[in-house]
Write a protein that binds this ligand. Structure first.
Ligand SMILES: CC(C)(COP(=O)(O)OP(=O)(O)OC[C@H]1O[C@@H](n2cnc3c(N)ncnc32)[C@H](O)[C@@H]1OP(=O)(O)O)[C@@H](O)C(=O)NCCC(=O)NCCS
Length: 191
């Protein structure tokens, strides 16, 4: 079965299970080239500068990247990207890095971001990633099961407060006994 089939099947299951619980007709699906302009515009509007837009342009083309969009009534309202990351000296481990994500300003705090995160995490799990890492707000990501990566002896490549670099183990056995620095795609260095 192809990757696209897998994604469609997973997203269909998720839609049936919970998307409508948001109270809006919110649908999450893989990004297509037809979405690029709208994704870049909403990302620019959410961050108010274009570094994240440049990052998306690079990362969405990388092998293994997962780029999902949320739509409401045919309008694109959110986007999330997961890119492949590695653990220094442990080439056998595949991690996924969550970043960036954005929701249309006026539609934030309605659960759209959560829907994107959950759909993406499920795909990362199906792909066999050992864990997902995120550098973000410590009040937001723990609700999905993230906790400080330092608890797993994994380090962020940048100097950041300990509780902002978080990890969600998807395959705890694969992480066992492994430690070190997480290696993001080089495009992150330009942020
Ligand atoms: C971060 C971001 C993507 C989150 O998206 P979002 O759609 O607002 O996220 P959610 O709605 O899932 O969760 C946000 C809040 O809404 C609450 N919420 C979730 N579902 C809700 C619902 N149905 N009704 C009301 N509130 C809800 C959540 O509890 C959460 O509350 P809290 O964080 O204040 O405790 C969005 O705020 C954004 O685009 N920010 C600017 C860009 C950015 O900073 N991106 C992250 C770094 S890459």
């Amino acid at each position: 079965m192809t990757l696209l089939h897998n994604i469609s099947r997973t997203l269909q299951r998720r839609r049936n299970a919970s998307w409508h619980a948001l109270g809006y007709d919110t649908q999450v699906r893989p990004e297509t080239p037809a979405d690029y302009t709208a994704v870049e515009q909403l990302t620019y509007d959410a961050f108010n500068h274009d570094a994240e837009v440049r990052l998306i342009k690079t990362l969405r083309q990388q092998p293994g990247s997962i780029s999902l969009v949320a739509g409401q009534h045919g309008k694109l309202v959110g986007h999330i990207l997961f890119s492949v990351a590695h653990l220094a000296d442990h080439a056998e481990i595949t991690l996924m890095a969550l970043a960036p994500m954005a929701v249309t300003n006026v539609l934030q705090h309605q659960g759209i971001g959560s829907a994107l995160v959950r759909a993406g995490l499920e795909l990362c799990r199906e792909r066999g990633a050992a864990a997902v890492v995120v550098l973000g707000h410590p009040d937001y990501y723990p609700r999905f099961g993230f906790s400080p990566a330092s608890h797993f002896n994994l380090r962020c490549p940048w100097q950041v407060p300990d509780n902002t670099f978080m990890l969600l183990p998807l395959n705890p056995a694969a992480l066992k006994g492994r430690s070190g620095q997480v290696l993001y795609h080089p495009a992150f260095a330009e942020l």
